[in-house]
Design a protein around this ligand. Sequence first.
Ligand code: BDR
Ligand code: CA
Length: 317
Amino acid sequence: MPVPVILDCDPGHDDAFNILLAAAHPAVDLLAVTTVAGNQTVEKTTLNARRVCAVAGIRGVPIAAGRDRPLHGPPLVAENIHGGSGLDGPGFGDGEPDVPQDPRDARTLIRDTLLAHPAPVTLVPTGPLTNIATFLLAHPELTPRIERIVLMGGSTGRGNTTPAAEFNVLCDPEAADIVFSSGLPITMFGLNATHQARATADVVSRIAALGTPLSRLCVELLTYFAGTYREVFGFDSPPLHDPLTVAHLIDPSLISLVRAAVSVELTGTYTRGATVVDLLGVTGRPANAEVGMEVDVAGFWDLIVEAVRVLGEPTRD
Ligand code: BDR
Ligand code: CA
């Protein structure tokens, strides 16, 4: 049976590839997409989710907008990485994508989806955890309908937005704290794992060789992403963070996991938003998460290239 999934995201170049992977692979049943403010405003991330679904022929998956700001404080965006649109690179044009926005808000769509599905559903957040925390606070009675949470965020080491904090967690540390303290099964893919999954020139050539309009768009996305990662971080090629989540659901052997206590720093003078991961087991705090460690990089890219191939087939749309 495919894994029933709700993606909660802030597309975002790497979020976009995660939508493609979840929609393309038969091991995943993509039930809904919800969006949150993160890489850009929620208006832009919602439009981007609709654009990605439209160009990839992903229809019938409801897309609803969620929170426009974190639980506390002002929103943060990652314009330096994802551009003014949140998905710079390809020319999407000014027109409206022919995939609609669901009139419900994200919280309601998550509730309705959990209630409608016969089995517990896996939540896959790849942006700030604001929607998920808000949902857990509003609907504690529905937690038995959540199978687990598989998220991209944090790091076992250092951050990317401050020396200590990774972007998704830094955007809304209080929300991340609620999620990590929820008692639900959590699998975390942080920068220590995602930085292994670099879109090298070889990967980009494999996608380009597919020769479809979708593959060309994916190359444009990766080319833009490569430029900002080179400029901002000096990376030779950009890491495709978010799809580690769905790749793990498709093939759990692709990324090794360790169980550990993960705490979110809320008050540090220089470290707010850091995930403190007790890999050595020295704190005595009980493990509350599985943490992604070593990635089978070749296997990961095989999944991504195949998703772009399948969705790009002319007969699909
Ligand atoms: C995370 O931040 C965002 O910019 C990416 O989409 C990813 O989810 C990486 O820190
Ligand atoms: Ca993201």
